[in-house]
Design a protein around this ligand. Structure first.
Ligand code: GRF
Length: 204
């Protein structure tokens, strides 16, 4: 399967996916990285790894759907099967999302359905949860609401700051996302249906 990764920032999940896809046995080829922010550090990182990387500056478009039409055109040009959101900080319209149903996934830095949205680590600390983590899910029109594909949990330790927790979760994200994308590409993660089992030993 051919995948495009959409980013807005540093692209550490993107880098983990590119690294995983170097294995000839990995079922996904990363054919493009697209950022809605021209200054995203992840773009340079992708190019260093030999992946076509481009920016589609959302500020250059008059509406969300005009931006999405430009994005769609680039996805078509790259003949993409799967769209992988990795720190892509732009909400998409329902028609765009629905046109990619079952073919667009996202990673969220919390154990959904807990803590959708931003500042997940701060909110996890405030709530006093002992377990936190990350979730890979199919993208649906509601933010961070789509069917869950895979999750990885990490402990919240005494004295943790939000950045301690973010680092621990990010480490788990970098293991979880390549594993989950592979399951999706192999057709092992039905949009509706049983949860994908990924053994903890595969992740940590
Ligand atoms: C990650 O924590 C991801 O879960 C969230 O945004 C962050 C992106 O980080 N959606 P990076 O750009 O992959 O380093």
């Amino acid at each position: 399967k051919r995948a495009a990764i959409l980013i807005s920032g540093r692209g550490s999940n993107m880098a983990a996916l590119i690294e995983a896809a170097k294995d000839p046995a990995y079922p996904v080829e990363i054919v493009a990285v697209i950022s809605n922010r021209p200054g995203a550090p992840g773009l340079a990182r992708a190019r260093e790894a030999g992946i076509a990387a481009e920016a589609i500056d959302h500020k250059a478009f008059g509406s969300r759907s005009d931006f999405e039409a430009a994005l769609e055109a680039r996805l078509e040009a790259h003949v993409v099967d799967l769209v992988v959101l990795a720190g892509f900080m732009r909400l998409m319209t329902a028609p765009f999302v629905q046109s990619w149903t079952g073919r667009m996934i996202n990673i969220h830095p919390a154990l959904l359905p807990a803590f959708p949205g931003l500042a997940t680590h701060e909110r996890a600390l405030e709530a006093g949860v002992r377990l936190h983590g990350c979730t890979v899910h199919y993208v649906t029109p509601g933010m961070d609401e789509g069917p869950i594909i895979a999750q990885a949990a990490v402990p919240v330790l005494p004295g943790d700051t939000a950045s301690d927790l973010a680092a621990r979760v990010l480490h788990a994200e970098h293991k979880l996302y390549p594993a989950a994308l592979a399951r999706v590409a192999r057709g092992e993660a039905p949009v509706m249906g049983e949860r994908v089992e990924i053994a903890p030993g595969d992740l940590l």
